[in-house]
Design a protein. Sequence first.
Length: 323
Amino acid sequence: MIRKCFIVLILSYVIVFKMTSCAPKVKNGYSKEHGFEGNISLSGAFALYPLALVWSEDFKKIHPNVRFNISAGGAGKGIADVLTGMVDIGMVSRDLHEQEIKKGAVPIIVAKDAVICTINPDNPNYPTILKRGLSREELLNIFVNRKFKTWKEIDSQFTADPINVYVRSDAAGAAETWAKFFGHKQEDLQGIGIFGDPGIAQAIKDDINGIGFNNINYVYNLKTNKVFDRIAVVPLDLNKNGHVEDNEQFYGTLSNLTEAVATGKYPAPPSRELTFVTRNKTESLLLKEFISFVLQKQAQSQLLENGYVPLNETLIKEELNKL
């Protein structure tokens, strides 16, 4: 009986060994038999999450043996996850810190977008704000210095209602970019901490005295090209003359705003570059193929319709050279 079991065990081992040795070899996500295959995991910025979903679906149409695991949790989570090996790609919507680069973070720019100031359209001061805008200095005194606690403290023609400021509670590219607009860091922003882009958007919708900031995709409806209901954009008074001039009027539609970002009419920051971050220069053929795919003309051509700004040819070449 023992001898029989031993023989069966040996035969099973031989069969498994033959099956393994005959199986197609996959090196870095590629085999001659099946082409590109394997898993790609991404986590991070809410700003990049919708775009990553679109690109992954298109990539799978070409390479059906590839599977994706994509999650949003803020740029801070994305960079932490990729540097600790939790994911293949961190989705990051802010500049990398020096210590992150020292740890091996390699950013590849894949798109551009912007952070915009948001307010509830039922705010009694909104009609006036729409005409005069708010300057960088006024926003600095709302979000960082907290000099203005009521709307009337900004302008005597405003009401005496309180200003309820909403900021991100999570480490976020949007918050870091918005703070950078004032020459500060995310931790300098003062207000009620809310998790994620969807959270701040909802807080603004629910509070007529609220003011916050959001990525483009959480303010504009891609189907209508207009701003979502119960949320509005605060125009920037860029020349600080107390009036929104014609050349500062580019918030009416998503198309107008993305064009303003592309041409530099909307300043950087709070417009910004969005990046895929890998840990060290990736050797994976699969990751290289996917990142190359998102930088190709077809994938970049989808950016505008999805609320992002495509890269120019020079920048695309620079980013491809990183691979």
